[in-house]
Design a binder for this molecule. Structure first.
Ligand code: GLN
Length: 287
């Protein structure tokens, strides 16, 4: 059957017809229908010739309309996969990005030779980095700091669901952590410049502004984290930061100025500079 768009409003439209009428990429329509119907995507595919119940149709139409107006899929369904785990997300947190998995990978390499290492994740948001590390390294003592109370609630809930052992701390960067030192500090801070046009595009329009930009040139939070790190690292401790594709040089320079050794940049799968870091061996101001 080949129905024109809108015709599926007729009573008795099948799932397949309803999806085709949504004016969305097929995969997105499937994800949203699965959410509306409470079905897995496999269940959906096996039922696509059935006629859904009226409340399911209404719920799907609402989600589809919100998606057409730009709301991110992750907020509409309430989760996003990151490093093999499903993280609950809400508009209070940045949606975890695949490129941030590189930060987790490099962090795990730093942790590999250490027993019961201490780790700090600054600006944890949904808790994606902290929990990915805690789940991969159950012996690690992971602390995650976040300034936003609403974001921290999302992170805590993810900690419970994923059964990851993380100490959650409400803190503006290092503020509530005075005196504490770690073997590794990681962060995916807000590094987008305020005038970057990407903030006006796609998912970013719906994400928390303070998770994306420092409100200035994009180097403010990165600089603050770097300058504060020596006083919070154990001797030999590492700092690893995610940053924008064009920020590696400035980040490496800031790391050098703060006295870091072994300063290195790693690329993401797209070949873009994405993560930089170094270790305090020791840094001035460190131990
Ligand atoms: N990589 C993100 C983006 O531009 C930005 C995340 C961040 O600022 N930490 O989509």
């Amino acid at each position: 059957m080949n129905r024109a768009r809108g015709e599926s409003r007729a009573v008795g439209a099948t799932v397949a017809e309803l999806l085709a009428s949504a004016d969305l990429p097929p995969r997105e329509a499937q994800i949203l229908f699965s959410r509306a119907a409470g079905l897995s995507r496999i269940e959906l595919i096996t039922r696509d010739q059935t006629v859904p119940a009226e409340p399911v149709i209404a719920a799907f139409r609402e989600l589809a309309a919100r998606r057409r107006s730009g709301e991110p899929i992750a907020y509409l369904v309430g989760y996003r996969e990151f490093y093999g785990h499903r993280f609950g997300v809400s508009p209070a947190v940045l949606i975890p990005r695949p490129e941030t998995e590189h930060l987790v990978e490099e962090a795990l390499k730093v942790l590999a030779p250490l027993v019961t290492p201490s780790v700090l994740d600054l600006g944890t948001g949904s808790g994606a980095i902290a929990l990915a590390l805690a789940l991969a390294r159950p012996d690690a003592r992971v602390t995650a700091a976040e300034r936003s109370t609403a974001a921290l609630a999302v992170a805590r809930a993810n900690g419970v669901t994923l059964k990851g052992s993380v100490r959650w701390v409400e803190s503006d960067w290092y503020e509530a952590l005075s005196g504490a030192r770690y073997d590794l500090i990681v962060s995916n801070p807000p590094y987008v410049a305020l005038d970057d046009r990407h903030l006006q595009e796609g998912d970013l329009r719906f994400e928390p502004r303070e998770a994306l930009t420092d409100g200035s040139d994009g180097h403010g939070a990165l600089g603050r984290i770097i300058r504060g790190a020596p006083a919070h690292l154990e001797p030999g401790g590492w700092l690893l930061l995610e940053h924008g594709f064009d920020q590696a040089r400035a980040v490496r320079q800031a790391l050098d100025e703060a006295g870091f050794d072994g300063v290195t940049t790693w690329k993401d799968l797209a070949g873009l500079d994405r993560v930089s870091g170094g270790f305090c061996g020791p840094c001035p101001g460190g131990l």
